[in-house]
Design a protein. Structure first.
Length: 152
């Protein structure tokens, strides 16, 4: 705890870099599971498998969750200071999800698959929604886990 000049106290999170990274990976996996279920319902999970030359649903899930875990860990490293407050973390996660929608869904994935990049249609809109949900879950879960590890 720290005391401010006005005499009030605040709790300072003392999460280690490893606990922050772990929280980010777990948050990425949680967000990735929800986003993956949405993708599966839209028949899009096999498109993720195509990134590694497969059309298997199982391979699509493995690739999707590996990317989700990596992006979750990266979020915790890049945005670690926002993980102390849930509201900020959820907003930062939504922004992060939007950034990865542009980089991943609109640029990298279509370029890798020989499709037009920055193509906006109904599917791109649903993908944006999924990326926002991914990011918000990532931010929320990572915050809860960072707080839990810091309170030990």
């Amino acid at each position: 705890m720290t005391t401010t000049a006005q005499g009030s106290t605040t709790t300072t999170l003392a999460a280690t870099p490893v606990s922050r990274l772990t929280a980010g990976v777990a948050g990425g996996l949680a967000g990735g599971m929800v986003f993956g279920m949405l993708m599966a319902m839209m028949g899009m999970i096999t498109a993720v498998a195509q990134l590694v030359g497969s059309t298997s649903t199982a391979v699509g899930w493995v690739v999707h969750l590996a990317i989700s875990a990596f992006l979750g860990g990266l979020f915790a490293v890049v945005a670690g200071r926002w993980l102390s407050r849930a509201g900020r973390a959820v907003v930062a996660g939504a922004v992060y999800g939007m950034v990865w929608w542009v980089l991943g869904a609109l640029l990298l994935m279509p370029a890798k698959l020989g499709m037009p990049v920055f193509h906006l249609d109904a599917m791109a809109g649903r993908s944006l929604m999924g990326h926002l949900i991914f990011g918000m879950i990532l931010g929320g879960v990572a915050t809860v886990l960072v707080r839990r590890s810091a309170s030990r």
